[in-house]
Structures are given as structure tokens and as C-alpha cells.
Design a binder for this molecule. Structure first.
Ligand code: UD2
Ligand code: MN
Length: 588
């Protein structure tokens, strides 16, 4: 029999041991929850439910990050579906849309890892890549005061869709953002939630503009290919590999994905079917625009392509500028960017013309798709409120467009004189050094569809009435929609766009975007309506210029200005020989 003290000792020991084990387990649990999640946990933790009572133990940054994550609703907007907010959230979202052209409220409720639809042509899924042999990529994302959640989602999207075998790094370039969310919180998030070597951040002390921001990223990039993205993109599975494979095959090809639209209001990812996509053009006012793939290009593809034409690299006369891939060596060889371009705009046409004129190609790669949030207005102001797009475009035109710069000035007379655009000598030296072709060659060979108001015309310039001091004039109406052709006192100095018209060799009376048609009504005179030109010139209405009269072929009526004054709309009426009010002099 055990002594008394022994009898009570053993149960007590057991009790103490149990209590100790409990304390140990308890402190472990607490510690685990208060530590910032480890790297490997990071990605999957994004949508975790967080115990609010424990938050006070975390650092302020961790608390902010957790609060952001707690706001997100797993699955919302997945597959790029549109999301409509309700109540207070809806009101806040609409207010954001008004101020920054983007529904930041909604973005904060979508997971950083929300998925995108596979919008690719099904043929793309049959292509396989030998990733080990592909060149590696540095993805450069520049930002200036972008909404935090949108930027972070862009980073996640790249990591989720690009294979780490080919994705060397993501380089974020902060172009001097003043939004504090983009400082410590972003650094903290990247350090605690993403794989350590995946993302590098470059901070510019002052805002240098998107051109110099991209250059800063390119300078530290170590991948063999540079891929630039805007800070509000979401990528589609396997978007990167087709770009890298094409550069491997053709070093001087500069590539753009198909750029899909992510709606700024409801975040819907729209691909518009996989069959139809557009390539880049430009207008004489110096802006980029989208054009349909020309028939000529489809012909070339049928001859040159090893793969079906639908997924074949498609030549593009220009590029939008924000999303593209280029061999890193070639980027520097071909003159990177014009570093004296400030703010926003113009760099995309500069690079487009330079690449084509100096021996490279710009191609859309149909199997690569990336969504971009197109905003209705710039959420930021411009350095010193200057028109940096206009100024940069003058710099571009002075170097690359030769005499065609006059067509640009005609659209932008405000930029012709009295604007300091700086010195372009070093860019002209570059053009000589690279032995680049001229702009005329570019238009003839790369963009023959482009309407040139002074080429192959019966006449062009001002259309001046012989009976008075009145000229044809678009009366500053929107040329992208139908409008009535007007009359206005003839401009005295250089002609500008509103009075510049052309009569083509095949009898089309037009300007850059609109073609003259006749609007029939119950009785003459009829109005002359300028309507968006048909891509196939055969379908545009025809006119004849004979003894000073402009006769509409279909109706046989002549343009007439009797009784009309400056600001009136011009008409067509029964042709009468020797009537001065039906006679027009074409300037050239
Ligand atoms: C388009 C391009 C854009 C650029 C621009 C012409 C696409 C889809 N987008 O306008 O990339 O080529 O045309 O210049 O092709 N940013 C800065 N610093 C600034 C201003 C902007 O870093 O001073 C950043 C901004 O945060 C964004 C990127 O530059 O990530 C492009 O700006 P944007 O998105 O406002 O231009 P976007 O898409 O209207
Ligand atoms: Mn953008």
C-alpha cells in the first residue's frame, strides 16, 4: 500500500501536466494567429475569414491588409462576370466612378485572384510550348495614383496566369504617387503575401511621366523580353507564352496581345468573341485609333503563315502603347523611348512609326489576350496642366513624319507655333544611324488604307464659292457621326481641318472621316450630309467636277449656295450652266 502523501501526489502530477500542455497549445495558437502569415500561406489567405478580436495584436499595416482582405467576397466577379452593387456600396461606387473613372468600391469587393474567362480562339489551346527553351520575361507595370486594389489585382493576375519558368520578375514602377496606400501598405503586402523574389518595386521621387517611368523599369529588368502593362489589367491563361515564342522566332517583332475591355463600372470582362479583333491605326490629329484587319493583311497571312490565319501574328500599323512585349536588347537598340517626352501620350505612335520605319514589325498575337480597364477620363492632372499628348506628338512628328507633319498641323494649328517642344536633334541622329525609311514608305507599304487628303486627288484644300467669300466647312461638328456640310467665311491664313476637303480620283467628296452624301426629301433643294465613309470606297457616293460645278452622280443635282450665308448648310439643286452660285474653285 502506498503512503498517504504518495496516493495524492500522482493524480496531482497528472493534473499539472495536463494544465501545462493546455497552456502550451493555447499560446501556440495565439502566436500563430498574431504572426503575419508566412509566404506560402500568403496567396491562399487572401480570402480567409479573419477573427476581428485578434486584430489589435497585429501591426497597423497588417491590420489594414487584413481589413482589405475581409472586404473581399470570394467568387464575386469570377470568370470576368459583371457585378452590380446594392445600397450604400452602389452609391459609393458611383461616386468613385465620377471622380476617378473607375468603380474602386467594387474593385475592393472582388478577390485579388478573381478569374478571367478563357476568351481565346479554341485553336490556341492546341498549341504547346517548350517553356524551358523560351526567353524569360520581365513584366514592367508602371503606376501613378492607381487604385490600390486594382494594382494589386494586376500583380496577382500576372502571377496566376504566367508560368514562373518564363516569368523572371514583375517590376512595379511608382511614378511618384502621392496616394499613401501605394507606399508602405503596398510594400508590406508584397513582402508578406507574395513569393519573395517575384516582385521588385522602383520608386521615382517625383512624377516623371509614363515614358520615363517605363524606362526606369526597363533599366533594371533582367528578363530577355520586356513586357509592359498598365496598372489596371487582368490576363487570360497562357497569355505570356505566345508573345515569348514569337520573339524567339522573330527578334525584331514587337508584340501586342488582343486587348479586351474590362468595364470600369461593373468590371465585366468582354472579349467580343474570339473571331473578331482590331489592330492599330491613327488619325491625322495625332491620335491612335482602332481599325479592322485589312483584307490585304489577311492575304499576306494566307501566304506567309504556318498556322491558321485566325491565330497568325497580325501586322498592325500602330499600337495602343500600354501593353506590349519586345526583346530587351532590341528595345535599347531601336531607341527605347524619346526620354524628353513628358506626362502621358504620343509615345505609342512614336514607337510604332519608329519600329516599322527602322526595320521591325508590330504584330497582334491572337492567342495572347489581356483585359484592360478603359477609363472615360484621366483621373490625374497633367504636369503644369500642359497638353503633353500634343507636345509629345509634335516631337514625334518632327522626327518621323517628314512633310506629312503638315497634315497633323492642319488638325492642330494650335501646336504649330509658339509651343516649346524642346530639341529633337538626338532623335533625328538616331533615325539616321538606324538608316530608317521615310514616312511615305510607311504609308505606302504598312498602312496603304490610310486616307491621305493630298494624294491621288482631283483636287483638295478649300472649296471656295465663285459667287461669294464662302467655303465648305464642317462647322466644327463631330466628324464621327453624320452632319450637314456647311458654309463659312473662307479662312484667311493656313487652312485648318474644318475647311479642308478632298475630291478623290474616283469621285468621292470627303475629308478624313466623312464622305458627302445627299439627303433626299420631298422636294429640292436637298441637304448634303457628311456621313462616316464606307471602308470599301465603291460604296461611297460619287461626285463629278466639271466647269466649276460639283454634280452628285445619283441625283444629277449640283451644290448650290444661292441665298445662303456663313453658318448655313449647303444644298444641292437642279444644275444650271453659268450660275455663279453653283461654281466652286478647289484650292489645289
Ligand atoms: C493609352 C495606353 C497607355 C499609354 C497611353 C499613351 C493602352 C491600353 N493604354 O492610355 O499605356 O500608352 O495610351 O500615352 O494601350 N501613368 C504614369 N505616370 C503618369 C501617367 C500615367 O505612370 O504621369 C501610368 C498609369 O498609372 C497607367 C499607365 O501609365 O498604369 C497608362 O496610363 P493610363 O492608363 O491613364 O493611359 P490609357 O490607358 O488611357
Ligand atoms: Mn490604361
Amino acid at each position: 500500500m502506498l503512503p498517504r502523501y504518495r496516493r495524492s501526489f500522482y493524480p496531482r502530477l497528472a493534473l499539472i501536466a495536463i494544465v501545462l500542455v493546455c497552456i502550451l497549445i493555447f499560446t501556440k495558437t495565439i502566436n500563430k494567429s498574431t504572426d503575419p502569415p508566412s509566404e506560402s500561406e500568403g496567396l491562399s489567405l487572401s480570402n480567409a475569414v479573419v477573427d476581428v478580436s485578434l486584430r489589435k495584436k497585429w501591426s497597423p499595416l497588417e491590420r489594414m491588409v487584413l481589413a482589405d482582405l475581409a472586404k473581399q467576397r470570394p467568387g464575386l466577379g469570377d470568370d470576368g462576370k459583371s457585378v452590380i452593387l446594392e445600397g450604400e456600396e452602389k452609391v459609393r461606387g458611383e461616386a468613385k466612378l465620377q471622380t476617378i473613372a473607375l468603380n474602386e468600391e467594387l474593385s475592393e469587393h472582388l478577390s485579388y485572384n478573381r478569374t478571367t474567362p478563357d476568351a481565346r480562339n479554341p485553336l490556341c489551346r492546341t498549341i504547346t510550348f517548350d517553356r524551358a527553351s523560351l526567353p524569360t520575361a520581365s513584366v514592367v507595370i508602371i503606376f501613378y495614383n492607381e487604385p490600390y486594389s486594382v494594382l494589386v489585382r494586376t500583380v496577382h493576375s500576372v502571377l496566376n496566369t504566367a508560368d514562373r519558368q518564363v516569368l523572371k520578375e514583375i517590376i512595379l514602377v511608382d511614378d511618384g504617387s502621392s496616394n499613401v496606400e501605394l507606399h508602405e501598405k503596398l510594400d508590406y503586402y508584397l513582402a508578406t503575401r507574395l513569393p519573395q523574389d517575384a516582385v521588385k518595386t522602383v520608386r521615382l521621387k517625383n512624377r516623371l511621366g509614363l515614358i520615363r517611368a517605363r524606362l526606369a523599369g526597363a533599366r533594371i529588368a533582367r528578363g530577355e523580353v520586356l513586357v509592359f502593362l498598365d496598372a489596371h489589367c487582368e490576363c487570360v491563361v497562357d497569355w505570356l507564352e505566345p508573345l515569348l515564342a514569337r520573339i524567339q522566332e522573330s527578334r525584331t517583332s514587337v508584340l501586342v496581345p488582343i486587348i479586351d475591355v474590362i468595364d470600369a463600372k461593373d468590371f465585366q470582362y468582354s472579349a467580343n468573341g474570339y473571331q473578331h479583333f482590331q489592330v492599330g491605326g491613327f488619325s491625322w490629329n495625332g491620335h491612335f485609333d482602332w481599325i479592322d484587319v485589312p483584307k490585304r493583311e489577311r492575304e499576306r497571312q494566307r501566304q506567309d503563315c504556318k498556322v491558321p490565319t485566325e491565330i497568325c501574328p497580325t501586322y498592325s500599323p500602330t499600337m495602343a502603347g500600354g501593353l506590349f512585349a519586345i526583346s530587351r536588347d532590341y528595345f535599347w537598340e531601336i531607341g527605347s523611348y524619346d526620354e524628353q517626352m513628358d506626362g502621358w501620350g504620343g509615345e505609342n505612335l512614336e514607337m510604332s512609326f519608329r519600329i516599322w520605319q527602322c526595320g521591325g514589325t508590330i504584330e497582334t498575337i491572337p492567342c495572347s489576350r489581356v483585359g484592360h480597364i478603359f477609363r472615360d477620363f484621366h483621373p490625374y492632372s497633367f504636369p503644369d496642366d500642359r497638353d503633353t499628348h500634343g507636345i509629345n506628338t509634335v516631337r514625334m512628328a518632327l522626327v518621323w513624319m517628314d512633310d506629312y507633319i503638315e497634315l497633323f498641323y492642319m488638325n492642330r494649328p494650335d501646336l504649330k507655333n509658339n509651343v516649346d517642344v524642346g530639341d529633337v536633334t538626338h532623335r533625328r541622329i538616331l533615325r539616321n544611324k538606324l538608316k530608317c525609311k521615310n514616312f511615305d514608305w510607311y504609308l505606302k507599304n504598312i498602312y496603304p488604307e490610310k486616307f491621305i487628303p493630298t494624294k491621288d486627288m482631283i483636287g483638295y484644300g478649300r472649296f471656295v464659292s465663285l459667287a461669294s467669300d464662302l467655303c465648305f466647312d464642317d462647322l466644327q461638328q463631330n466628324n464621327e457621326e453624320p452632319y450637314n456640310l456647311g458654309l463659312y467665311t473662307c479662312q484667311k491664313s493656313d487652312v485648318t481641318k474644318s475647311q479642308f476637303f478632298s475630291l478623290t480620283r474616283d469621285g468621292v467628296l470627303r475629308n478624313e472621316l466623312s464622305c458627302a452624301t445627299v439627303q433626299r426629301s420631298s422636294s429640292t433643294p436637298f441637304l448634303v450630309v457628311m456621313a462616316p465613309c464606307q471602308a470599301n470606297n465603291k460604296h461611297n457616293e460619287k461626285w463629278e467636277y466639271f466647269r466649276g460645278q460639283l454634280r452628285h452622280i445619283d441625283t444629277g443635282l449640283c451644290i448650290e449656295q444661292k441665298g445662303l450665308r456663313s453658318h448655313d448648310f449647303v444644298v444641292v439643286d437642279v444644275c444650271e450652266d453659268d450660275t455663279l452660285s453653283q461654281k466652286w474653285r478647289i484650292e489645289h
